[in-house]
Each structure stands twice: as structure tokens, then as C-alpha cells.
Design a protein around this ligand. Sequence first.
Ligand SMILES: Cc1cc2nc3c(=O)[nH]c(=O)nc-3n(C[C@H](O)[C@H](O)[C@H](O)COP(=O)(O)O)c2cc1C
Length: 374
Amino acid sequence: MGLDRAASIDDLRSLAKRRIPRFAFDLVDGGAENERNLRRNSEAFEELELTPRYMRDVSRIETGTRFLGQDYALPFGMAPIGMLNAFWPEADVTLARLCKRENIPYVASSAASTTLEKLAEAADGNGWFQLYVSGDDDVTEGLIARAEAAGYEVMVVTADVPAAGKRDRDIRNQLAVPFRFTPEVVLQCAMNPRWALTSLSHGTPNIANYADLLKSATSYADVQKTLITARFTWEDLKKLRARWKGKLLVKGILHPKDAVKCADLGCDGIIVSNHGGRQVAFGPPTIEALPGIAQALAGRIPVAIDSGVRRGADVLRAKASGADFVFAGRALAYGVGAGGADGAQRAMDILNLELVRALGQLGAASFEDVASKV
Ligand SMILES: Cc1cc2nc3c(=O)[nH]c(=O)nc-3n(C[C@H](O)[C@H](O)[C@H](O)COP(=O)(O)O)c2cc1C
């Protein structure tokens, strides 16, 4: 199957799997422990039924959406993904440019394999910055100051990594960052020559924002310790709120009480997320956590959601469950893995086409029109 015959995000995932070495594919595709949450995220979306309403005029479908005071062409954006150039070379910049072209938000990860400055340039006004709070205050402040200088106006603080996720696939693959060229890794590279050659010409991917700090790290878990602290508390969030003059969102909220606390502290919004099932295997799928959170917030601050979005209709399911905006992570990443910039565009077109058709079928002329009762 070629890109032009890929009909769904799942098809793009299959294409990506065929041309990426297993250790690099698993790094993006995998989840925590037995991957129950990873599976449940998309299953729960799929299980949520929306009842079509007919005989309404849907001859003009409007996908544009206003979020955080900005007009976007679609009601979804690209979630932050670390180390994505390992999946496919230049993936970060490719996606940042795609988001600019399509006028949707691109969230640059602290742990991206491209510096936040380069991503700000590629996303050209559509970039948001995602912060991991480090155990070293100077490291955190350094990142915030760089993000400010690079012109980011929205900062997304990720709250759901108090401990590194235990990802069984990465342990089995003996994943290390930067990669260790074990005989097995070399063999996997040899079996995927296109990936190997393109990767070789771009250099080994690393976590670009901390390149100097990480020289001594030997494992991905080790890297996570440098990047992310286990003592990030509400007090720290209060300080971040005072420090960051732009819009501030908290990502990784799953409990209604945590959502309300974010609103109380003056945050501009939250992202209901379980990190795409990469942190725990025992938590709720986000689409099931969303209604309780939206109800508790009662419109005080906007609510976005990610984790498990694989179809355009999922974006509408999210809206029907109380979301104001949606993020896709792997869905767009699989596109780049399947075919670089063309593949990323294909993923975007598939989601867009599905979204427009689902809106029509639901009798909704816009995202705002999607009824809140499912
Ligand atoms: C490979 C990978 C790396 C990720 N890195 C980050 C990160 O650096 N920061 C962050 O806040 N979230 C990170 N996430 C989580 C995503 O932002 C998002 O929550 C998740 O991918 C949504 O689930 P989905 O992939 O099912 O759409 C990562 C996800 C993946 C798959």
C-alpha cells in the first residue's frame, strides 16, 4: 500500500511500522506497562456513539474554531512529542511547518529533538511551548526565558510525569538516548535502509534543548530524571503562573478537583490527558474523564483533551463530551513516519476529511454546533 491508498490513521501507522526499525517505532507507538490505557483511550472514543440528526442545512461546513483568543482553521492541534526525529528524521520541523500551513497550533515539546528556537521559526506564530519542570530551578528558568525570547505566547505545563512511565517495550528494546548501537539495533537499522540512511545524514537524534546537560546520561529513564522533577507541586504552579505573562495551560489533568484548582490558580485552560497512555496503565481513558471535569469547571476556563484521537469523529466526540479543543499526538506522527512531509499532509487530510463528513452526518454545520448531549 502506498500513501495515496492510505485511508485511515491506522493505515498510516501500518505503513510507518513497515519502514521504521522496531526500537524507534516502539518508542512512539508504545504505552505504559501492558498498554491497557493506550488501548482504552482509543477504544473509549470508538465506543462513544453520537446520534446523527438529519434534514438540517449542512451545505456549508465551517471547521474554523476560536481558542484562547486565536482563530484556528480546525478544532485540533498537534500535541507535544519528545524525541520524534528518532521516528523519522526532521519530523519535528515537518510537523511544525504543517501546523503553520494548516493554521492549527503546534506544541513544541521541552524534550523535542529540535531546539525550541528552531521550532518557533518553523511554526511561525502557531507554536506553543510545552514545559517540563526540572528538578533544577535554573534549568526550568532557562527554558522559560528561551521560550519567551523565541516569541512563544502560550505555555503548556505538563503535570503528569511525577515518575517516569514504565514502558515495557522500551525496556525490552534496551532503549537508550542517545541510541546505543547494539548488534540488535544495527540489525534493525539494516532491515530498514531508507530510515537508516536518512537518519545517518541527519545525525543521531537527541533531546536538543538540553544537549549539553545530557551528555552524561545513559538511559532514557536517566534522561527523564534530568528533565522532570518528582516534586512539582501546586505551589510551583502558582510561581509559574506569576512568572509566565502569556497564556498558561496545564496538561495531564484527569481529576475534576485538579481541574478546578488550575482554574483557582488563574491558569488559562487545561488539557485533559493521560500522556497517550504512556504514564500509567491503570487510569481512566480521557474521553471518560472529560465530562466530569467539564461539569466541575462549568465554563470557568477552556478545556482541551488528547490521548486516543485517531478519527475526525473523535474530535466531535470530544466536543460532545465538553471539550473546547482537541490535540492529536500519534495520529499526525504516524503520518510523518509513513511518508515524511507527504505522509504528515496525508494524516492531516484524512483527519480533516473525516471531520467534515462527520459534521455533515451529525447535522452540525460547525464544531460549535455539535450538541453537548451524546
Ligand atoms: C513518543 C511520545 C513522546 C511524547 N512526549 C511528550 C512530551 O515531551 N511532553 C508532553 O507533554 N507530552 C508528550 N507526549 C504526550 C503527547 O503530548 C500526547 O499527550 C499524547 O501523544 C496524546 O495521545 P495520542 O498519541 O494517542 O494522541 C508524548 C507522546 C508520545 C507518543
